[in-house]
Design a protein around this ligand. Sequence first.
Ligand SMILES: Nc1ncnc2c1ncn2[C@@H]1O[C@H](COP(=O)(O)OP(=O)(O)OP(=O)(O)O)[C@@H](O)[C@H]1O
Ligand SMILES: [Mg+2]
Length: 379
Amino acid sequence: MTRDLGGVLDAVLAAIVVVDRSLTIEFVNSAACRMLESSQESLEGMALEQLHGPAHPALRLAREVLASARAASQSEVPIERRFEDALEVDLSVSPLFDTEGDDEPSGVVLVMRDRTLQKDREEWADERERFDAFGQIAAGIAHEVKNPLGGIRGAAEIIGSRSGDHKTKSAADLVVREVDRITSLVDGLMVFTHGGDLAFESFNIHRVLDDVLTLLDHDPLGDEADVLRLYDPSIPDLTGDPRRLTQVFLNLTRNALQAMHEDSESADRQKTLTITTRMTLDYRLSTPGHSSLPTVLISISDTGPGIPDDVQGQLGTPFFTTRDGGTGLGLAVSKQWVARHGGVLRIESALGEGTTVRVALPVEQPGTEGATRHHGEIR
Ligand SMILES: Nc1ncnc2c1ncn2[C@@H]1O[C@H](COP(=O)(O)OP(=O)(O)OP(=O)(O)O)[C@@H](O)[C@H]1O
Ligand SMILES: [Mg+2]
């Protein structure tokens, strides 16, 4: 059987770029087009220098390999992109010879493997392990704490109703209120156990975001900031659990408003909350066999104080908070719900400029094809 070589190279997940001796691009495969955000037509015939500038390691390595006729490689090479986040790739460059025994290569082939993918997978695996361990503790605590709480609440109600003394009554009320608060906190922890169910249905993401903004209208913090909605109207309905996602975006937008509110150093700076949606074919969410998955990117940006580097590493750890009165569950819970939709939540922040949280959600859940169905376990 003979195979079409171009088709074979297009099936490879690594980006392949072939350049001739003058460092002009002769061939790119599909993965290279996705990685470099361009089409085969516009890339082929372009000078390699034009792609990433004269100082880029890809160009330097290609020159070296042409001169030495020996393969070379470099890891963690940054690839800046116009639309998507920058990538880090492992780059290897090999000489190409027209005929066997040639001394001088007629060109080189550059192979770029996305390390971000590998890193993301490692991070997700780490995170999942952490959440699993945390989930076990949470389930144990929930079990041990909730039973006695029920008894405490009942006893406090009896004391409150039988006492004629105002002070005792209000103390009993306080006990009931605080018990309810602990109960809802413990219920919140259940998301880290495998218990929290997802009810999948077809829904409109913009409606979810609008609902969140309506809820924020009732929050005094909501009045302090301008809200900018940059919605891409071409986004189709998604399959997911709109109630859980409402909770996610409420957590994220509240964090943004709180951060801008607490930003005392720049009280005169314009407070703007920007919500942007757009479609992408983010192959980093892809599963083997599907090279790209239609994905919706939702970003929540604020003009708050930003997050210091030492804090950034701890974000999303349950109970990590820097706010008085914060529980530190907002981000952890949000990450968990997004992950269970097969999505990714990333936080980018620049001190003094603000914070952007990006949520990538696949349009379809595997196997649902837009149909309404209930799903307990998506991991
Ligand atoms: N948009 C933001 N700007 C600056 N810091 C942020 C932002 N979002 C989150 N943070 C930081 O991350 C921490 C954790 O956020 P998270 O939402 O998990 O908990 P919290 O807001 O402190 O409490 P809660 O459980 O009530 O949400 C915050 O305390 C804050 O330091
Ligand atoms: Mg929060």
